[in-house]
Design a protein around this ligand. Structure first.
Ligand SMILES: [Ca+2]
Length: 281
């Protein structure tokens, strides 16, 4: 299925500016829109380190490495799940299905709880990450796409050019950041990952992951994953899933309905090749 563009913004605090931004500009916004002196972010090459099998029926909406395990959220009504996946084989080790009225989206762990967003249903499902047993729910307003955490807040994308930091217990908005590249808003932000103090985001229907400065929203670089995209006969089989194993310095990427999950490195950042991983205990 094809998603509609989420231009309403997320939560009431974002509603007005996001709606106006969809029209191209808003009064007082000229400096941001026209900033000619801001160069676009550089393209950063990625290198495939290795790849693993991936469930080619998984409509990947969230990918996460936590405590030595790979977690995946899948979407589509009637097919959505939260699952723990064996990295080497791609086999699903544990799985909790969502009720058919819920479309699974981004996932993140904060304070020992695993959060899973739903697309248009306005509810985050909260699990015990060890058992995938539901522990509770949190209500919110608007669409929700990608999710990650800086260790204090959850960070949400909604397909607009905004990232929203929220309180994990209430989803009350703490702050918002508009993401720009070369002075222009970058919308369609989807699956997210916290990497070395930056937020990385898949840009929906592109082969790019953008590195976002969380203070300014400025895109610092674009990872081009075009070389990894498999030939899948579904136009929605797009890149959508990035996870970082901080302890092992491993970066994972996959996509909706992709048959492979990739470990990749970013040589320009010295990231993902294991060189920055701490020595084993
Ligand atoms: Ca992620």
């Amino acid at each position: 299925m094809r998603r509609t563009r989420a231009m309403r913004g997320w939560m009431t605090g974002v509603l007005v500016v996001a709606a106006v931004a969809a029209g191209g500009c808003r009064p007082g916004d000229a400096s941001e829109e026209s900033a000619p002196s801001t160069p676009p972010a550089p393209i950063e090459a990625v290198v495939e380190v290795r790849s693993h099998p991936h469930d080619s029926t998984a409509f990947t909406q969230g990918l996460l490495w936590h405590d030595g395990r790979l977690y995946e959220s899948t979407g589509r009504y009637g097919e959505s799940t939260i699952r723990i996946v064996d990295l080497a084989s791609g086999a699903v080790r544990q799985r909790t299905p969502l009720a058919p009225q819920y479309f699974g989206e981004g996932i993140a762990v904060l304070n020992g709880r695993l959060y899973q967003l739903t697309w248009q249903e306005g509810v985050a499902l909260v699990y015990d990450p060890a058992t995938l047993r539901e522990m509770g729910r949190v209500q919110y307003t608007g669409e929700a796409w990608g999710l990650t955490s800086d260790g204090e807040s959850l960070i949400v994308s909604d397909g607009s050019s905004y990232l929203t930091w929220v309180d994990p217990s209430s989803f009350a908005v703490r702050r918002t950041v508009r993401v720009t590249d070369g002075g222009r808003p970058v919308d369609q932000l989807n699956e997210l990952e916290w990497v070395r103090g930056e937020v990385w985001a898949n840009v929906w229907h592109t082969n790019h992951v953008v590195r976002i400065d969380t203070a300014t929203g400025r895109v610092l670089g674009r990872l081009d994953l075009s070389a990894l995209v498999p030939a899948v006969a579904d136009r929605e089989a797009v890149l959508n899933g990035i996870a970082y194993d901080q302890a092992g310095d491993r970066l994972f990427a996959t996509g909706k309905l992709w048959p492979r999950l990739f470990e990749i490195s970013v040589p320009s950042l010295g990231l993902g090749d294991g060189s920055s991983a701490p020595p084993p205990p």
